[in-house]
Design a protein around this ligand. Structure first.
Ligand code: IMP
Ligand code: MG
Length: 194
């Protein structure tokens, strides 16, 4: 609790908090530290290999942009878009591919880059779809991991930050397409979706 209060105070000193944000969960600094750590892990694990990073739009776009710059080695990127929550703050369990990949996946070392692992239903679907295209290897890198929320088992090799079961926004994550531009990750005030 004291960590969070401290984080809120520190961030507030840099930039005023959006009035819709109840509290800061992770500051820009804490996020950058986590991204650098995952970048270093991927660089080490794929030394000498060509990695294909697949990002799920839109939530992971900022994480992806920072992550590629934290990786020392050869990377290629591609984007997919799937349906998410729309204007609701809870999972519908329904996943739909809105935009598919442009590159072939067969025989490639794939890392799926996600913003947040919540119920895991989105990733379960994506994994199945990508597995069927026969990659050489497939791993997952998620910036946020909501503890105790997974409705399905997902092996996630790279985890940035563990997150409580609250609706969070910022650093790419939205609520009804808003708040993606916040440089920190914060808990959205219930009054916004009440
Ligand atoms: P899952 O299928 O429940 O694991 O969630 C998939 C997607 O829902 C994530 O990739 C996010 O785009 C979105 N999501 C889940 N939890 C949150 C949240 O707390 N804030 C914003 N988006 C979320
Ligand atoms: Mg979303």
């Amino acid at each position: 609790m004291s960590d969070i209060t401290e984080a809120s105070t520190r961030q507030a000193a840099d930039k005023p908090l959006s009035p819709d944000i109840k509290r800061v969960l992770f500051t820009e600094e804490q996020i950058q530290e986590a991204v650098k750590r995952i970048g270093a892990e991927i660089s080490r694990d794929y030394q000498g290999e060509h990695v294909l990073l697949l990002t799920v739009l839109k939530g992971a776009f900022i994480f992806m942009a920072d992550l590629v710059r934290a990786i020392d080695g050869e990377v290629e990127i591609d984007f997919m878009a799937v349906s998410s929550y729309g204007a609701e703050a809870k999972t519908s369990g329904v996943v739909r591919i809105i935009k598919d990949l442009n590159v072939p996946v067969e025989g490639r070392h794939v890392v799926i880059v996600e913003d947040i692992l919540d119920s895991g239903l989105t990733l379960k679907y994506l994994l199945k779809s990508i597995h069927s295209r026969k990659p050489a290897t497939i791993e997952i890198a998620t910036l946020l991991f909501k503890e105790g929320k997974q409705e399905t088992h997902i092996d996630c090799k790279y985890i940035g930050l563990k997150c409580p079961d609250e609706f969070v926004v910022g650093y790419g994550l939205d609520y009804a397409e808003r708040y993606r531009n916040l440089s920190y990750i914060g808990v959205l005030d219930e009054k916004v979706y009440a």
